[in-house]
Design a protein around this ligand. Sequence first.
Ligand code: GLU
Length: 549
Amino acid sequence: MDTKALAALLFPNVTKTPEDMEALFPARTLPEGAVVSRMAPSPTGFVHLGNLVQGLTSERMCHQSGGTLFLRVEDTDAKREVPGAVEVLIESLKHYSILFDEGATVDGDNGIYGPYRQRQRAAIYHVYAKQLVEQGMAYPCFCTEEELADIHARQEAEKANYGYFGKWAVWRDRPMADIEQALAKGMPWVLRFRSTGSLENKIRFTDLIKGNLELTENDIDHVLLKSDGIPTYHFAHAVDDHLMHTTHVVRGDEWLPTLPFHLQLFRALGFKPPKYLHIGPLMKMDGDSKRKLSKRKDPELALTYYREAGFPVASVYEYLMTVLNSNFEEWRRQNPDAPIDSFKFSYKKMNPAGSLFDAAKLRDVSKNVISRMSTDRIYEETVAWAKDYDTALYEHLTADEPYAKAILAIGRGGKKPRKDFAVLGDVRPYLDFFYDDWFTVTDSYPDQFEKADIKAALEGFLKTFDERDDMNVWFDKIKRVAEGLGFASDMKAYKENPDAYRGNVADVSMFLRVAVTGRQNSPDMYAAMQVLGRERVLARIEKMIDSLK
Ligand code: GLU
């Protein structure tokens, strides 16, 4: 077979050579040891937590080593693509502030190794496809869907392995005349790899996460170019990661079975393969057993889930770090206020078997993260979230910014900040009582207390209330009211002899709390009254007194 003639026949318009390509994509000038990696998601319209796990791992490795991270849109599978998916993808990665140094952006490409969208790179793949044909390492296959289905059925009947290989690879050794004839008829064709691998042979390979592996060679003549001239993932992966000078490929371990083929392909093309890190899946407990998170069953797999629920980006990051690096939590305990970037991430601490996703743990981590935010930060986070997901909250918070910030400042700062919020969706039920149009009394007074006592306590408080009092004076006044009504002001004395009193000062505080906040549990009541201001406090207590008549 004259493979040069075949190559010319299949790719009449390809005039460029692999050398031309090498010149177009020159080596990067980066410091020794710098990692070049990429996120290479497919725009399916669904961005999932696994994308973020992969992105975060790549991002840390690149930026901790002074390297480069880029975004490449793997849009070779047009059938799976939904309109607008590329924008959705880029936008959600942006929301999670994965900092790309180059690649696809909503406003086009940024960087000299582009295009960064694979469908726009068709001409580049064809240069290498032509070379493989010239070298006898690839050939056209004109099988129709029906023929392939028939091969599959016969393999099934014979209990043979599935796939296009050996005697089943009916176009592998066809004479030139057959090919010319098929082309002349305009029959669609795909380009296949001519595998020389055998299932008898094993290859040894070291994955940076999974460790040393022994894998069976690939004997299938996989498709390199589909009939529309667009490459398969495999071929595009080899060409792009070579030309873009990727040093480390971080991807899901669902790609491990095709790794032997990828390595074959790199060799056939004369490329040095990158280092690989295959990440295990995210799993969850289902009853007593673990299973992979599934798109169909688990809404928490979708990134939109976290955004809608109001997990701040920082919380999701912090949680993923605890999942990815086993030593992160200890580091965080020792460095509670350090920026997350100062943690030394290492792929060596990743679990080869995959990680367990734990929703309760995420909430805990998030509570800590939010509790450490400054008032300005939690305000901004909440406003940004509410703008999209809770318009009424957005309007309340922005109508009077100083008031909203004063509310959010309660219990913030200091050694033991309050941990009221796991998600930004928790903010509204926490602070709604500060707004008169939202305020309602939701908790009632426990039956054990006499209405008359409650009313007397509220009236007593009103008589001496002065919003300029400091907390001690304010509380002393409540104690006096308690004593005047036969409630113990000293908890120790009360505990020693509860029957001697009608109740205690905590009960009196609760009477006030329900009147002013509408509930038995609320943020610090002194601070709350300071923020509410004299008018509101008086009005609410008076209203409660009226209702007790
Ligand atoms: N487009 C592939 C995917 O979304 C990328 C895998 C890779 O990173 O190489 O699974």
